[in-house]
Write a protein of this length. Structure first.
Length: 191
């Protein structure tokens, strides 16, 4: 089992860190790291019965391909996508959608699989999908969503014995704070 081989988790974490560092430099290589890290996590999460996290990793594998294609075909003269915000009513709607999807998915997982933490796992997966869309659309509050998602994920990973991944997500929490503050500064300067 991959769970008994911390080497796979070490590689996945190092690739995830490399992804962040390379993305900050706008290097096309970040997408290779994202693809590989996510592919490894598909297996790791499946092995520890975080089935929705495994499915989410498949989503991230696809997003790595999409990101690579977007960056590779760059050079088009388009204005930078501005940072925006959403009204509170939209955030309430998004939260309701996340909870509804998590409840339905969690019930299914609870009834028909051996998933650990089926409802929590479903919530973090669906919230991550929605938050990823917010990142793509440059919605300021995406960072606040990730603070909640990463905090919950941190607990899940500790519970499943994925300590290096939990440490990675603790680092993500710090990045979320700095990301939010930076984006808020840019947004405030633009209005």
């Amino acid at each position: 089992m991959i769970q008994q081989l911390p080497f796979a988790e070490i590689v996945a974490v190092l690739l995830a860190i490399s992804y962040l560092l390379l993305a900050a430099r706008e290097s096309l290589w970040c997408w290779y790291c994202a693809f590989a890290s996510s592919a490894i996590y598909v297996v790791i999460f499946w092995d520890v019965s975080l089935l929705m996290e495994s499915v989410l990793s498949i989503f991230y594998v696809v997003m790595a391909v999409v990101g690579w294609q977007q960056w590779r075909s760059g050079g088009q003269e388009q204005p930078a996508l501005p940072i925006t915000t959403l009204p509170w009513s939209m955030h309430l709607l998004l939260l309701a959608v996340m909870l509804l999807l998590a409840a339905v998915n969690g019930w299914f997982m609870h009834q028909y699989t051996s998933a650990a933490w089926p409802f929590v796992d479903s919530f973090t997966a669906w919230a991550s999908v929605i938050s990823t869309v917010l990142v793509i659309r440059k919605v300021l509050e995406n960072w606040l969503y990730w603070l909640v998602i990463d905090s919950i994920s941190l607990y899940l990973y500790i519970d499943r014995g994925l300590y290096l991944t939990a440490l990675l997500f603790a680092g993500y929490l710090v990045i979320c704070v700095f990301g939010y503050l930076r984006w808020r500064k840019v947004y405030t300067a633009s209005i």
